[in-house]
Write a protein that binds this ligand. Structure first.
Ligand code: ADP
Ligand code: MG
Length: 728
């Protein structure tokens, strides 16, 4: 056993980098070659079909069936030139990752031969047998049908030999069973709410986009070491493991030289990403050993989220070519940083104005402050809900530890914007808001400095930080579908903007000029957020937890309880007013969330129990046997001086015995707790019981990690943290 671990570690250490695909072409030449983008539409569709499709994409107009046939034909021609033999609807159910069911293009031609066929009908809609996807009871078992329907706003793409068609996934009665449907509704809601406000500043605005730029953090581990860790294989994280003597304390990994095996992996990921039209921009080492990050140039939220789903799939596959396994779990290793997926989010008009960046003049700045403040009010009102939107069994391990944001949603504004907001409260409502340095100084101006003094402060403890032209929602977990967080944020902002607009309209109807009406409405809003949701300090301190509670922010840390936010009246009203979720959908989705939470913890508990019994206790007993052999020899050799001669051995024996007993007793108690929890019918109650079990896993881990410290290194059956984390 010990030999095995030693060999695996040696082999992993000796592995050499596998060269990435070598390309002579420039990136811009092959960028998007596997995506049916506008260039391909132009090439493979007639001019009228192209126009109809673009109209459908840009303006949400219905696509006629006859046109769908033509579009499908064009896609087929293009795809077959790339060797495509299959098609699939590609959707995002409430499980992790994406779902696909491949159908071959082959059909009988009616004359005894086969032809490749792909019509508008199979492009637009399919009925996957969806009974195995979570629905939270929406789809009664007798009605197993679910529908996938093409989302023309996200281009179809080729993966391997298959043409993938991004789709939404809904029940027979129309309820969303996926992430994409509500996300798209929230994008419409925020556009509908923001556009009339923008039109007051610029009548040419027709639409407002929500933008997303995700920063994806991940770990890589050697695949052979991974294979020797049942906990990593089955749960995605280590359930035990003593911390390595050296971990991230020297800060030598962050932005360090990228190890060559990893570098080749990253190059392959980028090549694949570019082929799929994903504009990857940044790659670097992260803070923890073996932790890395990649990020694209931001884009429209629905598309950007699809691209995030795609890149997670691609990374997963490409990692294996390089002898790695990709870990997207939020906390694969205790004691060092976990992985998040910072969701950089902003709004922008179809005329090219970023609404969360300072404007060019006083009115532009008023527009900026309007959106800035409304976002913060939305975050304040729905801080508990936003936390619920990122809460999962796995993300729970990350929040509040090692540079991850705490489980309290507050917003970091930075020095500049805090000052601007405070100043706005003091001055008369008609005071122009200017960019300092651009206009001559005059008394009474509220100034936003031209060079935004590094607003990208590294306050990593802030879950929702303003970073100059966007907010960065950092609490999102690395394995999450961004849509969960983005749907809630966009819906909350949309609802708030609608409220705001109604108030402004009232002021203006009473005869106030626009700028004064805006400021008169904004001022009480600013006063309400400035000392509540806005917080620039250290989110880790106990003082902040107490202070946040005093400020009325949600401080709940129990994930199954957080989910309850979704069905509270304020949330249901907000989501139904904006048309994003119905109450039935919210209830159903919570059932799914509780169920997934329970299952995740249940799997971890089982794995930990079996590893304790099959790996840890036997290894500790083997060591105990060695100690007993030594002791009996000592007894024979030194019958008189035994107590002195055997002092150390006896102490070690006592320690090992005590720890083995502790592991064994705690595991037995955990099994009993599980048995009791499994009898609970109600999903919420059951998840709450499993929350206690999740806590008990820490208690089982502690004596195991202590055993790792004392038991002979040769006898330890599992790769240790120092081996998992420092081999590239
Ligand atoms: P940092 O590590 O400093 O936070 P990165 O460069 O790693 O920054 O990632 C920043 C992400 O934010 C990128 O995906 C970038 O495209 C995105 N981003 C930049 N501006 C905006 C914006 N206005 N709206 C949304 N995302 C943005
Ligand atoms: Mg960032």
């Amino acid at each position: 056993m010990s030999k095995l671990r030693f060999d695996v570690v040696q082999d992993a250490f000796k592995k050499k980098a596998v060269p990435a695909e070598s390309l002579t072409e420039r990136t811009s030449k092959y960028f998007g070659e596997l995506v049916f983008d506008r260039d391909k539409m132009r090439k493979y569709l007639s001019a009228s079909t192209y126009d109809a499709l673009v109209d459908c994409i840009d303006n949400g107009h219905h696509l006629d069936r006859s046109i769908a046939d033509e579009v499908a034909e064009g896609m087929k021609t293009w795809a077959m030139e790339h060797g495509v033999t299959h098609i699939t609807h590609w959707f995002q159910p409430l499980t992790e990752g994406t779902a696909e069911k491949h159908d071959s293009l082959m059909e009988y031609d009616g004359k005894g031969s086969m032809i490749e066929e792909f019509g508008g009908k199979s492009l637009i809609q399919q009925e996957p047998d969806a009974s195995s996807f979570p629905s939270g009871g929406i789809r009664a078992t007798f009605e197993a049908r679910g529908y996938t329907a093409w989302d023309p706003t996200s281009p179809v793409f080729i993966q391997d030999d298959t043409l993938c068609i991004p789709t939404i996934f809904v029940s027979y009665t129309g309820e969303a069973l996926d992430y994409k449907t509500p996300l798209k509704k929230s994008l419409k809601a925020v556009s509908d709410a923001a556009t009339p406000i923008c039109q007051m500043f610029d009548p040419k605005v027709k639409k407002v986009f929500s933008y997303l730029g995700w920063e994806q953090e991940y770990f890589l581990v050697d695949e052979d070491l991974y294979a020797a860790r049942p906990d990593l294989m089955l749960t995605g994280r280590t359930l035990m493991g003593h911390e390595s003597s050296k971990n991230q304390q020297l800060d030598d990994h962050y932005f360090g030289a990228i190890p060559s095996r990893v570098m080749e992996f990253m190059k392959d990921v980028e090549i694949a990403g570019y082929r799929h039209g994903i504009p990857l921009k940044t790659r670097h080492n992260e803070v923890a050993p073996n932790q890395f990050e990649l990020a694209p140039i931001f884009g429209e939220t629905n598309l950007s989220n699809d691209q995030n789903q795609m890149i997670m799939n691609l990374m997963n596959n490409i990692a294996r070519k390089h002898g790695f396994v990709l870990l997207l779990h939020e906390k694969p290793f205790a004691g060092i940083n976990g992985s998040g997926k910072h969701n950089n989010w902003s709004l922008g008009t179809d005329t090219g104005t970023l609404l969360l960046a300072p404007g060019k003049d006083a009115m532009g700045n008023l527009q900026f402050v309007t959106f800035f403040v409304n976002v913060l009010v939305a975050v304040q009102k729905h801080n508990a809900l936003l936390k619920a939107s990122i809460a999962t069994a796995t993300n729970a391990h990350r929040l509040g530890a090692n540079e991850a944001p705490p489980a309290i949603i507050s917003s970091f504004l930075g020095h500049t914007m805090t000052k601007v907001l405070r100043k706005l409260l003091e001055v008369p409502s008609d005071t122009p808001i200017e960019i300092a340095g651009k206009k001559g100084k005059s008394v009474g101006l509220v100034e936003i400095p031209e060079i935004f003094i590094d607003n990208t402060d590294r306050n990593r403890t802030s879950p929702f930080a303003f970073t100059g032209n966007r907010f960065e929602f950092r609490a999102v977990g690395s394995s999450a579908n961004c849509a969960g967080a983005m749907t809630t944020l966009n819906a909350a902002v949309a609802d708030q903007l609608n409220d705001f607009k109604a108030l402004v309209d009232k002021e203006m109807a009473a005869g106030k000029p626009m700028n004064i009406a805006f400021m008169d409405v904004l001022k009480p809003m600013i006063a309400s957020i400035i000392d509540t949701v806005c917080f620039d300090g250290n989110g880790y301190t106990d003082e902040w937890k107490a202070e946040a509670k005093r400020r009325g922010l949600d401080v709940e840390t129990c994930v199954p309880k957080m989910f309850e936010e979704f069905t509270k009246p304020a949330s249901v009203e907000m989501f139904t007013r904006t048309g994003v979720y119905t109450e039935a959908e919210l209830k159903a989705r919570n059932e799914v969330k509780w169920e997934i939470y329970t299952k995740k913890v249940q799997i971890e508990a089982r794995v930990l129990g079996r590893m304790a019994e099959n790996h840890i206790i036997p290894a500790a007993l083997a060591y105990k046997t060695r100690l007993l052999n030594i002791l009996s020899q000592l007894k024979n050799l030194y019958p008189e001086d035994f107590d002195t001669m055997a002092k150390t051995e006896v102490a070690i024996l006592q320690k090992v015995t005590k720890l083995i007993d502790e592991v064994s007793t705690k595991c037995a108690a955990m099994v009993e707790a599980r048995k009791a929890a499994n009898k609970i019918e109600d999903e919420r109650e059951k998840a709450l019981a499993y929350h206690d079990i999740a806590e008990s896993l820490f208690a089982i881990r502690r004596p195991i990690d202590k055993l790792e410290e004392v038991v002979d290194n040769d006898l330890w059956p599992l790769p240790k943290y120092r081996e998992l984390l420092f081999i590239n």
